[in-house]
Design a binder for this molecule. Sequence first.
Ligand code: NVA
Length: 250
Amino acid sequence: MGGNAIFVDQTNQPLGERETIADVARNLERWVDVIVLRTYAHDTITEMAANARVPVVNALSDFEHPCQALADFMALEEHFGAAAGLNFTYVGDGNNVCHSLMLTGAQLGTNVTVATPRGYSPDIEIVTKAREIAAVNGCEIRLLQDPQAAAEGADAIYTDVCVSMGLEHESTKRAPIFRPFQVNEALMSKATPTAVFMHCLPARRNEEVTDAVIDGPQSIVFDQAENRLHAQKALLLLLLGGLASVEKFQ
Ligand code: NVA
């Protein structure tokens, strides 16, 4: 789109170490038009946003993953024509990806069912917010602990790793807890015959999803991946130039 991107590698110099995040924000806002921040702690993003006079995009935090959800619902709209009225099921950890899917689904009038093991449900603040938004848009947010019941009649079944970034030390503990939540052909058979399988990637194959499902005809995971490009380009255009320039690129 004719812009210039500057990559700040946080692996060499973690944000907030040499200089406060607020001071980094006050520097960056002088040089760039938008900050796209992919980080770990969600507070890093809110602190940057509170201190920068340019838009700050959450490109992944441990609490939300909104850019992924934009791409995912774009894929659903491409596949089904509209997201409103669809029955969308998320199976697995009530994590960052799950949070953003609930919020985005609620905005778009999609019924969202989340099935997690006990103790791994999504954050209560997110659930409350999603339910408030869903009430306005005529859809429902349901929390279950039974993956089979959640998959029943679903138009889409989505899963993610059970061990998100920063939780790697919990791998051994989590593996048996999440095993019954694996998306396999048996679980997919509970959904509608036209249902799609979704995953934000990277996937741990044959853990949260079997090869047969992720590589099968119902999988739209690479449409989702492609849409990260399109949805984020649109988001940048919207933030930088307003709707007028979005229309120009249509
Ligand atoms: N839930 C995963 C998403 C990765 C894109 C994680 O936070 O590691």
